[in-house]
Design a protein around this ligand. Structure first.
Ligand code: SAM
Length: 354
């Protein structure tokens, strides 16, 4: 086992930078914009938001520079997200810059798919390894009701474009909401099988932005398994011991699917993830109330070593278990109210990068 790291320079010597609970700094989600072209009612139920000022958004050079520092400290997995990342102009340009970093083993994208068909080939050519597309329903009328936009057909075109552009290991993420799409689990699994994609069902989380959240709308992991068990017969857990958020299962016919049960079965103890917002704030937890301002360091002329030292000292002190603490709350309701979100848009899921 590689040694624990106390000095950032040790990381380049093969050590692992770990936090207070022994969790490594491994996976970074980079939000490239807070804008989105959907208004999913579990994430962005309002039409208008307080957007990040444009001049504060990191440039591609600034993002690349920060990611280089992170990878020098042990980050190997980088996922581009948002908001909707495909709204950022020339995203393929950023992918090309990041793909030049040999320490990134997994360069992935999470998208709602609306604009993916047009960009898939460019992104693949630029060096993107993998893509995860969000798909909550197979029914256009439900999509319209859920997202406020009539672009379901574009999403399906985006999903079809992924394998054509050469993307393997395609994943489809579905947030399951009671009374909205909880009757589509098997249909989505069938659709995923046809599309060559693994479906992952996500429990509705009470993160910032989810101002319409309530516990009774959470369709739980247990209920998902129960429904699929009735339809397909005995479901086998794969029992993998990984840091990936999804717990994976196999149906009797061999089809594999995942469940991300952050609400009822949090996985904080395995969480190696942190998040960089489009304006350069670094968050250690989706539930964190504040982040570390790395933009100020980059724009203020801090050296690579100074930024690395700040990141490593913050990570070493990390001890948060946001989802576990939320799950332990007796009476659970909306995490952050609209007024507070308006005052600090960084509390929003679409700013922080889901
Ligand atoms: N726009 C991109 C997309 O739709 O995939 C990337 C950003 S989006 C915030 C990332 C993921 O977070 C999506 O799969 C979305 O469904 C999920 N998400 C947003 N709000 C959520 C919530 N309250 N509970 C669970 N998942 C949520």
């Amino acid at each position: 086992m590689p040694p624990e790291v106390h000095n950032p320079a040790d990381v380049s010597a093969g050590g692992i930078l770990s936090d207070q609970l022994g969790r490594p700094l491994r996976s970074l989600r980079v939000s490239v914009t807070d804008r989105c072209n959907l208004r999913c009612n579990y994430c962005m139920p309002q039409e208008e938001y307080v957007w990040l000022p444009r001049q504060e958004l990191l440039t591609f050079e600034e993002i690349t520079r920060l990611v280089d520092v992170f990878t020098s400290l042990g980050i190997t997995d980088v996922r581009l997200t948002g908001g909707e990342p495909l709204l950022r102009r020339d995203l393929a340009g950023l992918v090309r810059m990041l793909a030049g970093n040999p320490q990134i083993r997994d360069l992935a994208l999470t998208t709602n798919g609306v604009l993916f068909a047009e960009q898939a080939e460019d992104l693949r050519d630029a060096g993107l390894h993998r893509v995860t597309l969000s798909l909550d329903t197979l029914r256009p009328e439900r999509f319209l009701a859920l997202t406020g936009r009539d672009t379901h057909a574009q999403v399906l075109r985006g999903i079809a474009a992924a394998p054509r552009a050469g993307f393997a290991n395609l994943k489809l993420d579905t947030v399951v909401l009671r009374g909205t799409n909880d009757d589509e689990l098997a249909d989505l699994i069938e659709f995923g099988r046809e599309a060559g994609a693994e479906v992952r069902f996500i429990e509705y989380m009470d993160v910032g932005g989810a101002t319409e959240w309530s516990l009774d709308k959470v369709f739980t992991r247990v209920e998902m398994l129960d429904q699929l068990d009735k339809r397909y017969g005995a479901i086998e857990p794969l029992g993998e011991n990984s840091s990936a958020p999804a717990e994976r299962f196999r149906l009797p016919d061999g089809t594999v699917f995942g469940i991300i049960a952050s609400t009822t079965t949090p996985f904080c103890r395995r969480c190696d993830r942190s998040r960089l917002t489009a304006d350069g704030l670094w968050y250690l937890c989706l539930y964190a109330q504040s982040g570390i301002d790395l933009r100020q360091m980059v724009r203020g002329g801090a050296s690579r070593e100074e930024i690395a030292s700040r990141i490593s000292s913050v990570w070493r002190e990390r001890n948060d278990r946001g989802a576990e603490l939320r799950a332990a709350t007796g009476h659970r309701g909306v995490l952050v109210g609209i007024e507070q979100l308006r005052q600090d848009p960084h509390l929003e899921m679409h700013t922080r990068g889901g």
